[in-house]
Design a protein. Sequence first.
Length: 180
Amino acid sequence: MKGFYNYKPSKTTKEFVMKFSKDVVETTKGYISGRNQNNVPKMIMDHYYGKLGELAIWHYFTKHLNKEMLPPDFKITKNKSFDCDLKHENYEIHVKSQHITSSNRFGLSWMLQKWDKLVTNPKQNQLYGFCLVQEDESVNILKIVKADDIQYGEPMLEKLRANKTVIYYDRNEHLPNFML
């Protein structure tokens, strides 16, 4: 799927993000394994693709649109945060990334905690940025949409339905891009 903007990270950027992803998993393993996720290589790649998505959206705003925005946070802490990934003026952007192999296997979708405030009580200034990471690790930004417009669905796996909800792209593809 082609997005409205494609970001191609440099080799140096990819190496930096991979090192960060490996380091951050050491501090989040316990939290993530508490959610029945014990596959450390997958955890690393999830962090990696997520940060590439954040960099793609940051790059789009700062380099393409010439807007001011703080870069993605690369600090490593032991505290899990549900804060936004990026901010622009009054807007909070929550970046959701998926690798194309996962998209081909499960459909273009992003899983979230059912009780996340962004799901249960989204604010007018909260946005989702949806990204698809390609085989060459370039990132297509598919959409930036208002969080309170999103339609959620149930996970395909019944065992996840008690705690998870899913954003299926095909159910939200009609939403207009929110341009700041």
